[in-house]
Design a protein around this ligand. Structure first.
Ligand SMILES: [Zn+2]
Length: 289
């Protein structure tokens, strides 16, 4: 089975390195990711750009736009990027800020835009993001939005609740949005936003963080698994659900087995591969020419 991992990281972020070293036990380098992809039939990854200016600074109000995958000197050829946006600098930076972002979005290697709702304290429908949505339309790029719990105690989760994307989706029907992490723990709310809005998708990344033995404890816990299954069954839109790992937060193989246990087998090819091609036109271009 060919797989697209629609949500990974490869940025110099201290909390990701610490998670790799202590919890998921993965080799947090391009080489490490390349090996895990090759061993599991993952033909392409979508990396979420995010930067911190000082170690442990994420979510960093001073990180310059555009936020990229800066762990290695250059973007590996098995990854495309969703360029991260720091809204705090949009206001002060003016047109020069937008020009720098636009230049990044025009690259063949940029598959989308990533907003860190919750980490940054703005609602996604705030007017600060207006110019970013105009660029998304202009370049036909999806906007991928962090929803649910934040991987930082400094996040404010009222900004990352999946229901906040409903208003955005209604007012921008010509943009596709992806709810990261199915809005966990508000997975039923996320399911409703996916079900109701034709332009809203969701990824299944980051639903658990750790190594194989840790996952085993949860995969065998029916209440844990049913929490997600109920939302997936309610949404009934396996054409809009994307596989993603949130690597380095979990090993790729362990996460594939976990998602296989959540999704009916008849939808594997959609969830693990085809839906990502529909959401990310540049992924289709990269893989199908
Ligand atoms: Zn992530």
């Amino acid at each position: 089975m060919n797989i697209i991992d629609a949500h990974v990281h490869l940025s110099r972020i201290a909390s990701f390195q610490q998670t790799a070293d202590e919890l998921s036990l993965v080799d947090y380098t391009a080489d490490g990711l390349s090996k895990e992809f090759a061993a599991n039939g993952v033909v392409l990854g979508i990396g979420m750009g995010v930067n911190e200016t000082a170690e442990g600074g994420f979510p960093d109000r001073h990180a310059a736009n555009p936020m990229t995958l800066n762990l290695e000197d250059k973007l590996p050829n098995f990854l495309l990027e969703c360029t991260g946006i720091n809204p705090y600098l949009l206001e002060s930076g003016g047109q020069a800020e937008l020009d720098r972002i636009e230049k990044r979005l025009s690259l063949d290697s940029t598959a989308g835009i990533k907003l860190y709702a919750g980490y940054y304290h703005f609602y996604v429908y705030d007017k600060i993001y207006g110019p970013i949505y105009e660029l998304a339309k202009q370049y036909n790029l999806p906007v991928v939005i962090h929803t649910g719990d934040t991987y930082s105690k400094d996040g404010l989760i009222k900004y990352s609740h999946p229901l906040t994307v409903d208003e955005l989706a209604v007012s921008h029907r010509d943009i596709n949005f992806v709810l990261c992490h199915l809005g966990d723990p508000w997975v039923m709310d996320a399911a409703e936003v996916v079900r109701k809005n034709p332009n809203v998708y969701a990824d299944l990344s980051g639903l658990q963080v750790g190594d194989g033995p840790f996952f085993q404890r949860f995969v065998t816990e029916p209440l844990f698994m049913d929490h997600f299954r109920r939302a997936l069954i309610y949404a009934d839109h396996y054409d809009k659900i994307l596989f993603g790992t949130d690597w380095p937060l979990a090993p790729v193989e362990i996460y594939i087995r976990f998602v296989e246990a959540l999704v009916p087998e008849s939808f594997y090819s959609s969830v693990f591969y085809e839906n990502a091609l529909n959401v990310f036109p540049k992924a289709r271009k990269r893989l199908e020419g």
